[in-house]
Ligand binder design. Structure first.
Ligand code: PLP
Length: 421
């Protein structure tokens, strides 16, 4: 079935009430029929609802629908994108292990990997997303995950997914891709052999900046990679915390099963049913929105490229962009999402332009239907020195835009008057 059809129907059976909209099951717990029923659910002899920290019928529709959109087998929703990313790492690695990550990551993912995971004894090693030799040099027998973003935020690079997956598979290591900015509409990581995807649902999934949430998706057939893989012994040996369960023996998608039964149970970063419901609403028009976001961003990027005050425009839909070939290979129908950045002469000029815009909101978010403007050097990257800013590709004159769904004419006119103010 086509993605747009799945987005409207997958994972929901209208019940006796015939409700067209997926109901919100706002409940903490569920009544068992009797003690045997309760025991069967806990022993996984029967699948069903136990407690909303583990599962919920509204969240279940969100998970099934998102997994279908991504072309995966199963999904686990979490309370935020950051917790989905943490679950992907914590499910694969433990103290003494390492993960290899692209340098070009969202700031929160950088601090989680470089600082927070380190305190749990998991080392993060970093490679340039365009340098797969550097990646391979960092791998050893303790490497449990290779992590990168398909379309990076904020540097707006496009990863060579196939090349990275080839190296990962040579060493039998799990690949985890953050597909937040591209979304399943634009990029299909599983078709290139990626094992797990993670998303911040707070961005394009909700689409209107309505709620924080995350989701982790597992590809079809991942159990075969986990089964008897010496890197992932904990998937193949009894889990003492779950009466000796061996995750790869259950006959269910093992990665999400363990993330739910072990991590969600013990860490509790669960999405609220109401937020899951908001994500279901957002998914209904995700593919229509991504087309418009991409169209607007391309029109704006082309305008900016032609303006004398603009030194450089970063948008992979532009033929002049170094990521153009990768975008053509990995992205659907020429769409490149709504994120772009451009550089003007220094801090003063950038500040003046950001302050002069009227239609763009000065916000540190992306993926909203309303356009957003950010000045990284004075916000997300404020703590970095001039040299550090240059090293991570964020000069003081860089402005980032998350293109919304306003008319492209109005978006261009507003930037034009701000540049010329
Ligand atoms: N991944 C990417 C690419 C992001 O841009 C963000 C947030 O901006 C996150 C993950 C974190 O998501 P959340 O804010 O839902 O925790």
């Amino acid at each position: 079935m086509d993605l747009q059809t799945l987005a409207l129907h997958e994972g929901y059976e209208k019940g006796s009430q015939g409700t067209m909209a997926v109901p919100i099951y706002q409940t903490t717990a569920y009544e068992f029929r009797d003690v045997e029923h309760a025991a069967n659910l806990f022993a996984l002899k029967e699948l069903g609802n136990i407690y909303t920290r583990l599962n919920n019928p509204t969240t279940d529709v969100f998970e099934k629908r998102f997994a279908a959109l991504e072309g995966g087998e199963a999904a686990l929703a979490t309370s935020s994108g950051m917790s989905a990313i943490f679950f992907a790492f914590a499910n694969a690695a433990q103290a003494g292990d390492n993960i290899v990550c692209a340098k070009q990551l969202y700031g929160g993912s950088l601090t989680q990997t470089a600082h927070t995971l380190k305190r749990f004894g998991i080392e993060s090693r970093f490679f340039d997303v365009h340098n797969t030799q550097e990646l391979e040099n960092l791998i050893d027998e303790k490497t449990k995950v290779i992590f990168f973003e398909s379309l990076t935020n904020p540097s707006i690079d496009v990863a060579d997914i196939e090349a990275i997956v080839t190296i990962a598979n040579k060493h039998n290591i799990l690949t985890v891709v953050d597909n937040t900015v591209a979304t399943p509409v634009i990029c299909r990581p599983f078709e290139w052999g990626v094992d797990i995807t993670v998303h911040s649902a707070s961005k394009y999934t909700t689409g209107q900046g309505l709620a924080i949430g995350g989701i982790l998706v597992e590809r079809k057939g991942l159990n075969e990679k986990l089964k008897n893989n010496p890197r992932y012994e904990h998937f193949n040996t009894p889990d003492a915390s779950y009466h000796g369960l061996v995750y790869t023996d259950v006959g269910l998608p093992a990665f999400t099963l363990r993330a739910r039964l072990s991590l969600l149970r013990d860490l509790g970063a669960v999405v609220s049913p109401f937020n899951a419901w908001l994500f279901i609403q957002g998914m209904e028009h995700l593919s229509l929105r991504m087309r418009e976001h991409s169209k607007n961003a391309l029109a704006l990027a082309e305008f900016l490229e032609s303006h004398p005050k603009v030194k450089k425009v970063n948008y992979p839909g532009l033929q002049s962009n170094s990521n153009y070939a990768m975008a053509q290979k990995y992205f659907q129908d020429g769409m490149c999402s709504g994120l772009l950045s451009f550089e003007v002469e220094g801090l003063e000029e950038a500040t003046k332009i950001v302050n002069a815009t009227k239609l763009y909101s000065l916000v540190v978010n992306i993926g909203d239907s309303k356009s957003i403007i950010t000045h990284p050097a004075s916000t997300t990257h404020q703590q970095l020195s001039h040299e550090e800013l240059l090293a991570c590709g964020v000069p003081e004159g860089l402005i980032r835009i998350s293109c919304g769904l306003e008319s492209s004419y109005d978006l261009i006119e507003d930037i034009k008057q701000a540049l010329e103010a």
